[in-house]
Design a protein around this ligand. Sequence first.
Ligand SMILES: [Cu+2]
Length: 482
Amino acid sequence: MKKITRRQALAGSGIALAGAALVGKQALSQASDPHAGHKMPAQMDHSQHGATTKVFKKPVVDPNAVYKTPRGNPWYARTVDPEESFQPGEPGKDYTPVVVPSGATLPFNVVDDTKVFHLIAEEISHEFAPGFKAICWGYNGHTPGPIIEAVEGDKIRIYVTNKLAVPTTVHWHGIILPMGMDGVSGLTQRTIKPGETFRYEFKAVQHGTFMYHSHKDTMTQEGMGLTGMFILHPRKPKRERPHRDFALMLHEWDIKPGTYRPDTSVSSGFNTLTFNGKVFPGIEPLVAKLNDRVRIRIGNLSAMDHHPIHLHGYAFRETETDGGEIPESAWRPETTVLVAVGQTRNIEFVADNPGDWAMHCHMTHHVMNQMGHGLPNMVGADPGLLDKAVGSLVPGYMTMGTNGMIGMGQMASHMDMPENSIPMVGADGPYEYIGAGGMFTVFKVRENLTSYDNPGWYSPPKGTLVRPATQDEMDDDGIFAG
Ligand SMILES: [Cu+2]
């Protein structure tokens, strides 16, 4: 058999490629030019005499071209030229630091021209709300871990020290980087063994709201709390920076009353639903001045549930996902933003409506705390005889839940509760008990603020607070209440 050289083989396939390209062109030109067919023989000749080598001298796909594609290309997700050099972005000057209610921000040092961070994966004692703690896994003493903040164009180096008893990795979720820095155990790296420190390094080539989390045994490790948010600010924002830029991470846990470790094997019935690792009333409120421009970045690394997060008193715009900025023409006006597992969403609005506004997951089971789940249904039951009978055996026994869950939350304050547990719902509010827990917080907007500390409860202006109707008013308006 005749031996074919590599050069000949390439030339041969070149003819085939060039021919295929011309057939494609032919089809296109035929569609617009009824006489196109007459040109075919000449073109075929051309392909056989010289077009072949051109294909290989000027390959259609230049491996570097992707970095040189202009910004106008809609497929180009990078927002800065990766080859351009930038000074490390400075907080206050190049970006307004994000506010993390009940959370923390990871400090960094600048070494030469690189921002150097140090994440430590470790077992922590985490408080979900006063009186309710668990042994979780987190980063630098927190779950979710402290947010990492940088600016597009920054060179970033992150040391990850593993102080857990098991191997781990960190995946930088949504961030465009070289594959070897992606943190997927087995696929892109070997795991970081207990006691080891690994060095992740990449340049930020985009801006937006991203996350980080373990990518080793994720059901256990994310479930135990190895999650965090990663914010990359734009070098030159298209719009004015918001006055208040908040970050909230959504998570869910199963911590059975009386136990101290999350059960990560469950796939439903999570009983502890958290904003930044806290259940209401354990979370700090979001505070803004009247007419501040506000952005809230929401990420979800729950195991199983998407969370529709509803803000009272406002209509906001969904402006950004973890894939990038949504063009203004496509902003979605919403009052509830659905954040699926593995997604981030930014919402923006002007805080032009003063007050204490509820902000919460709209799944009713997600604004319950730990003990509100899995109880027998007693709504509407008359427990009189039962209480008497059981009370003779168990002094002080009282059936609970006959009027719903909120009474149970209130009663809990003067009852013996199981060890390490919190009531199903609630906290004392300015008018009555607030029947909500879990993924619930308060967005507080005030006209006169000297700081963004919690300003306390809002006092509505005279005549703007709902009150009992008088009989005269009902008579005048033709309302018969029976
Ligand atoms: Cu939810």
